[in-house]
Design a protein around this ligand. Structure first.
Ligand code: FAD
Length: 453
């Protein structure tokens, strides 16, 4: 397998080749979002070929299997954002899919807890008002401290108020991805190619009306010396932490869409010890202002194993991602040194937990696209760029990307039907009355991705 070098090193190493295969849709990346997109494309377009290439020997080995596995209700994000739209719709599609396909899940509910701090009390009040006034289909209750303790008696006496979200849950993300992989693999039009890394992308301009051009995508398969080249009529970059490094060299110099990614690691600790027995709901503190992430929360998996995390640890030196787009693979082990700090953060809402019960478990890396300590930006989906015909790139697909994946797949089905192949709306599911899609398509939303509220 090729070592992950910068794009210029890869271009020198892999000269341009003629294509040996032509496909209609090429999806780069077999995380939950790439799989959800490919699953929709194979169903909608049985007469067009859809290839998904994944560099690992199995799907979902990166961020999609290194997260909290929480089905988010969609409480936190601004009204006119892609995160709100895809999270609320994605949550509905996800619960339906879990029921229909026996994917393990549980609607646990969740409490967002404020201590006596004025800032936290204001935060919880504002979050509740936001769900009531700005969001469709996101039920929530505002609780007093005693009401919250009635629900979960182990939480601290110091908790003064809370928002309860009954629609939050947990899902077996591996079973979800296996179900998508199976459907793509069993379709006539779809193929998943594992152990195959995209090493170079070039635009092939249209030479005549019968040759509309496309994207020359070179791939290197594990164990092979020589790359292959695919001509893709359309290209979907959904490569998670390496989406931006794949996209940037395709954009003209100084293009405003060039993204400098920043990487924020989050460590999880498993917990066995006092202070958590019988807890049924997910417990979240108030997020710190200006921080990525939702604060060090308590979740459990479907077997009831309790875990705390993720914290926020910025990784990488200036320019490191440009030199080596996969430098972050050196940081995938949990950061044990964060244990005391994390235990202290957790004791703010669960006072009886003990640091001795924490054990380092795993870590995930957020594919962040805003500068460190800037507020969370929106998802960024680049489409219809004048220099990038028939190319869609998804960057900064952090939380709630797992919850949103099925809605993003649905949104791509609509985009390819209406905009790329110009086949119109026939057969597309009409938005329901309580649907966050509000009559506009996702690509018609003009809210800048970096604008926060
Ligand atoms: C700490 C943490 C906690 C989170 N918690 C939650 C949560 O509780 N709920 C929620 O909804 N969301 C959560 N998220 C977000 C969610 O995990 C992500 O949004 C989602 O997994 C992103 O999926 P993806 O398919 O875009 O990326 P990935 O899972 O990273 O998949 C990208 C794929 O592309 C492949 N790839 C990359 N480069 C190449 C190449 N050159 N050639 C071929 N293949 C390539 C990779 O191998 C990888 O498999 C969390 C994220 C983090 C980091």
């Amino acid at each position: 397998m090729a070592a992950p070098f910068s794009s210029s090193v890869l271009r020198a190493r892999f000269p341009l080749l003629p294509p040996t295969l032509e496909v209609d849709h090429l999806v780069v990346g077999g995380g939950v979002i790439g799989l959800a997109i490919a699953e929709r494309l194979v169903k909608r377009f049985p007469n067009r070929s859809t290839y998904l290439v994944e560099k690992h020997d199995a799907v979902g080995q990166e961020t999609s299997s290194r997260n909290s596995e929480v089905i988010h209700a969609g409480l936190y994000y601004p009204p006119d954002s892609l995160k709100t739209r895809f999270c609320i719709r994605g949550r509905k599609l996800l619960y339906e899919r879990c029921e229909r396909m026996s994917i393990p899940f549980r609607k646990t509910g969740k409490l967002i807890l404020a201590t006596q701090s004025k800032q936290q009390i204001l935060y919880v009040g504002r979050l509740f008002m936001h769900t009531q006034h700005h969001l469709v289909n996101v039920p929530s209750w505002l609780l007093t401290g005693p009401e919250a303790r009635e629900m979960e008696p182990k939480i601290s006496e110091d908790i003064s108020t809370a928002v309860y979200s009954p629609e939050t849950g947990i899902v077996d993300s591996h079973a979800l991805m296996r179900s998508l992989e199976k459907e793509i693999g069993e379709s006539e039009a779809g193929e998943i190619v594992l152990g195959t890394r995209v090493v170079r992308i070039d635009q092939q301009p249209s030479s005549s009306p019968t040759n509309p051009g496309g994207w020359l995508v070179q791939t290197l398969t594990s164990g092979e010396e020589k790359p292959d080249c695919i001509l893709a009529k359309s290209l979907i970059l959904t490569a998670g932490l390496t989406s931006a490094p794949l996209l940037n060299p395709l954009l003209p110099p100084l293009d405003p869409e060039i993204i400098s990614p920043t990487y924020a690691k989050g460590t999880y600790f498993s917990y066995k010890g006092p202070g958590v027995a019988g807890i049924q709901k997910l417990l979240y503190p108030c997020p710190e202002e200006g921080m990525v992430g939702l604060g060090t929360h308590m979740t459990m998996d479907l077997e009831g194993k309790v875990k705390f995390g993720p914290d926020v640890e910025w990784i990488g030196e200036a320019g490191e991602a440009e030199r080596d787009p996969e430098f972050w693979t050196k940081h995938l082990g949990p950061s044990e040194g964060r244990l005391e700090e994390m235990a202290e953060a957790v004791r703010e809402y669960l006072p009886d937990v003990r640091a001795s019960g924490f054990a380092p478990d795993y870590a995930g890396i957020r594919p962040n696209i805003s500068p460190p300590n800037a507020p969370n930006p929106d998802f960024k989906i680049i489409h219809s760029h004048p220099s990038l015909p028939n190319l869609v790139a998804l960057v900064g697909m952090g939380s709630p990307g797992l919850t949103s994946a099925l809605a993003i797949g649905e949104g791509m089905e609509r985009f390819f039907s209406k905009v790329i192949w110009k086949e119109g709306e026939d057969g597309l599911e009409a938005p329901e009355e309580d649907d966050p899609r509000d009559g506009r398509e996702w690509w018609e939303i003009k809210r800048p991705w970096w604008r926060v509220w």
